[in-house]
Design a binder for this molecule. Structure first.
Ligand SMILES: NC(=O)c1ccc[n+]([C@@H]2O[C@H](COP(=O)([O-])OP(=O)(O)OC[C@H]3O[C@@H](n4cnc5c(N)ncnc54)[C@H](OP(=O)(O)O)[C@@H]3O)[C@@H](O)[C@H]2O)c1
Length: 370
């Protein structure tokens, strides 16, 4: 039976949207904490880039945030992003979605829904997506100051855009990282971005060399912060050990269909360090909804819960499941359909009940927790 819902107002200082709870349930909100004024006031933290003692709280980057705030600091010193992010990965996949007007429509929809952070990579769309997005920004100069931009570098694809590449490979040389970011800035038609990520761990990465160029790019104002993607905790710790600035993010695959980071230490590490993970393919790249190849019981459960929480989008429930994690992941929505983006963004309104959360985990893994 579908339950009615009561709307729970956010605490006045949060600025967050309304949160939906099943009728009759009450949840206490933590009082908003306050930003750490300076890192040196903490009993632990970074001194010349070395982590010197225990980081005291899981909420380092969640200053002034409430559990369901629509914005979050990636790290205590890091940029502030929207809790839900939109990824531009797929916009070059069809003629329709690569039209400039269509990209602008999707970005407008994101902004209306409180999604201001946009994820790119140099290689998306066979190295074409950033330039399409830059064209859109040139036609809509009003958008630039309303969004935060993330891009990545380090993967070298084969194909017509890079005929000199004989084999897919990684390039983590300082020269390549600098050249890649400068090309991204030109393509996006902006003078800086908010976050530069190293796209994949690279067996040939020289941590000291990479740290040097990342620090220089931040000092030059070309990116406000730096981070990594798809890194294990030890790969993260190695690079951080050579850096005098904090890595602000680890962008990882994370969804109800890919829960490995819950158990392999990745999310523990993020919570310990107070670094927000960014969750790519939060709907399993759309495979979540494939009843034939996927998990039909999971689709049915998410659909039922979408009714219970009155959002009518099983995808929004899958995103709300991620938002409930204490490491505060930022799911990156990959849909190119503005209508879908709008309904998925309702995830931010859902405060998923504890047992619903575990029911989803059990159905996704096919077994109860031990
Ligand atoms: N760091 C990395 O290594 C890495 C790797 C992959 C991706 N990423 C980033 O993560 C972002 C998100 O990844 P993703 O695109 O895989 O995310 P996703 O949100 O899991 O998947 C998006 C795909 O699912 C489809 N979809 C959404 N709802 C659906 C529904 N109800 N029924 C059927 N299909 C549905 C979308 O189709 P429509 O477009 O038609 O809605 C789209 O093709 C990317 O844009 C990129 O920025 C990063």
């Amino acid at each position: 039976m579908r339950q009615t819902l009561e709307e729970v107002a956010s605490p006045p200082s949060s600025g967050a949207s309304r949160h939906l709870l099943p009728a009759g349930e009450k949840r206490e909100y933590a009082a908003p904490s306050h930003p750490h004024p300076v890192a040196s006031s903490l009993p632990g933290g970074y001194i010349f880039g070395r982590q010197v003692a225990k980081v005291p709280s899981s909420s380092l980057h969640q200053s002034s945030e409430t559990p369901m705030s629509s914005r979050i600091k990636l790290h205590r010193d890091g940029p502030e992003f929207s809790r839900l992010v939109w990824g531009a990965f797929r916009i070059a996949d069809s003629r329709e979605t690569s039209e400039i007007a269509s990209i602008a429509r999707t970005v407008d929809t994101c902004l209306d829904a409180g999604i201001t952070t946009i994820d790119h990579a140099d290689i998306y769309g066979g190295y074409r997506v950033e330039a399409l997005f830059g064209e859109m920004l040139a036609s809509r100069p009003d958008l630039r100051n309303r969004i935060e931009l993330v891009t990545k570098c380090g993967i070298a694809l084969t194909g017509p855009a890079r005929p000199e590449h004989r084999v897919k490979h990684y390039n983590s040389s300082a020269e390549h990282i600098r050249r890649s970011l400068e090309t991204s800035l030109r393509n996006l038609k902006v003078d800086h971005i908010d976050l530069l990520l190293l796209h994949r761990p690279d067996p040939l990465l020289d941590a000291a060399e990479v740290a040097g160029v990342l620090e220089a790019l931040v000092a030059e104002g070309k990116t406000r912060a730096v981070g990594v993607s798809n890194y294990t905790p030890s790969q993260f710790a190695l690079l951080q050990s050579k850096l005098n600035i904090p890595l602000a993010a680890n962008q990882i695959e994370l969804s109800v269909t890919h829960t490995a980071p819950l158990d392999d230490g990745t999310l523990d590490d993020c919570q310990r360090l107070g670094i927000a993970p960014m969750a790519w393919s939060p709907l399993g790249g759309g495979r979540l909804f494939d009843k034939e190849k996927g998990n039909p019981a999971l689709v049915d459960l998410l659909t039922g819960l979408a009714g219970k929480y009155d959002v009518h989008s099983p995808g929004a429930i899958a995103l709300a499941w991620l938002l409930r994690l204490p490491s505060k992941p930022l799911p990156i929505i990959g849909s190119t359909d503005p209508k879908r983006v709008k309904t998925l963004a309702r995830a931010g309104e859902i405060d998923l009940d504890l047992q619903d959360w575990f029911q989803i985990l059990e159905t996704a893994s096919g077994q109860p927790v031990p």
